[in-house]
Design a binder for this molecule. Structure first.
Ligand code: NIG
Ligand code: FE
Length: 393
């Protein structure tokens, strides 16, 4: 993960939406034709567009009030068990029309793109009934179609127990399995071009290990890829479950025991780490990224963009945090935010690196050395973004 294969004085040639040549500038320029458009990046850094493999991009409203409550001492899980938290956003999202939901979410997507994200994952999970979960999937599909950023959808019907099912957790888990997942399949939402994932919030007050397993097994049967919110606040065995089911990714892993981290090495599961979440919550406990990397677990980084724990669209800020709070090197954070992140959403063959044949998603950073991307923070250092071969204006 610490190997970037840097090319000094390099260039990238693009034809249509693909990379056709990468190498030293004189070699690449020798292939330029008369009609070639040249984009000058002299003295700057060119890297792949960021892939953000874990976001809750689509939601209505905000939770600025809860942020203030937490500053005064309330905890995230306390607010959640008092009917606030995710349920707060569920109320706003259920009330919002599809169009309104898209207007609000598109503003965030624009901001993600402005900070260099060219491919992202987006979850449902603020509908929590069949119609509203489908509405969220539709919003994700339409945003993907109408925006330069490519979006990979994830069904997260098991994000929280909705108010109307309080005390009937098992019944709600059954609803996800018996009604929501089949509807998602029947309406062809899981069958669109590209990957489609199912995710579960395995946590005290959300879904038990056993419920998470049943939901993910059903999704696997239907051919969906698997993800899990594991060990964000408490350790219920979610990481071991991810390894057992060979999930594509296990996300958060803030309090995963060492034995379970070890299981991820052999399962090929990518650890998607979200340091913006403890930061957003003002907590001191971050995932053990160094230990994971030492053991050989592939680590990716994501924003976790959501209105509760981490309202942040910018991958570079997450990378800056990863260096300071998890001891990752600048090079490791770039790998984690590009190629490893692409693999975390099954898109490693298409995006995440500057290689011939891959989609031409790249960034020109206004910095003299790649380390400046994380050494500096809080300002946007992305100068130019190329998405699928087109310069974004
Ligand atoms: O990844 N933990 C569950 N989901 C989100 C938070 C969602 C919310 O609070 O609205 C997370 O942190
Ligand atoms: Fe999340």
């Amino acid at each position: 993960m610490n190997e970037l294969s840097l090319i000094n004085d390099g260039a990238v040639a693009v034809q249509g939406d693909r990379i056709v040549l990468v190498g030293p500038t004189p070699e690449v320029l020798a292939h330029a034709g008369e009609d070639t458009t040249l984009v000058d990046a002299s003295g700057k850094v060119v890297i792949p567009g960021f892939v953000d493999p874990h976001t809750h991009l689509v939601f209505a409203g905000d939770r600025a009030e809860e942020f203030e409550m937490r500053l005064q001492g309330a905890t995230y899980l306390e607010i959640m068990s008092a009917g606030g938290g995710i349920m707060n956003t569920v109320r706003a999202t259920r009330t919002a029309s599809l169009e309104d939901l898209m207007i609000q979410s598109r503003q965030r997507l624009d901001r993600m793109l402005a900070h260099g994200t060219t491919t992202a994952e987006a979850k449902t999970g603020y509908g929590l009934d069949t119609e509203n979960e489908l509405k969220m999937l539709e919003a994700i599909r339409l945003l993907h179609q109408g925006h330069p950023v490519d979006i990979i959808p994830t069904f997260l019907g098991a994000h929280a127990i909705p108010a109307e099912y309080q005390g009937r957790n098992e019944e709600y888990a059954n609803l996800v399995i018996d009604e929501m997942l089949p509807r998602v399949e029947r309406e062809g939402l899981g069958k669109q071009e590209g990957p489609f994932f199912c995710d579960v919030f395995c946590e005290e007050g959300a879904f038990s290990l056993e419920q998470s397993k049943r939901i993910l097994e059903k999704a696997l049967e239907m051919g969906m890829g698997l993800k899990i919110h594991a060990d964000e606040f408490t350790s219920l065995g979610g990481a071991a479950l991810a390894a057992e089911l060979k999930a594509t990714s296990a996300d958060h892993l803030a309090c995963t025991p060492e034995e379970e981290i070890k299981l991820l090495v052999d399962s090929g599961t990518i650890a998607v780490l979200l340091p913006g979440t403890p930061f957003g919550l003002g907590e001191a406990h971050y995932p053990l990224a160094r230990r994971m990397i030492e053991l050989g677990v592939p680590v990716a980084l994501a924003t976790d963009l959501n209105p509760g724990t981490c309202y942040c669209e910018a991958m570079p800020f997450i990378m800056a945090l990863a260096c300071r709070k998890m001891g990752m090197t600048p090079a490791e954070t770039i790998v984690a935010a590009t190629i490893n992140a692409a693999h975390a959403i099954d898109m490693g063959h298409e995006v995440g690196s500057l290689e011939v044949g891959k989609k031409a998603d790249l960034l020109i950073l206004d910095i003299p050395d790649y380390r400046h991307l994380v050494y500096r923070f809080g300002t946007n250092l992305v100068e130019t973004t190329v998405k699928a071969g087109r310069v974004i204006e």
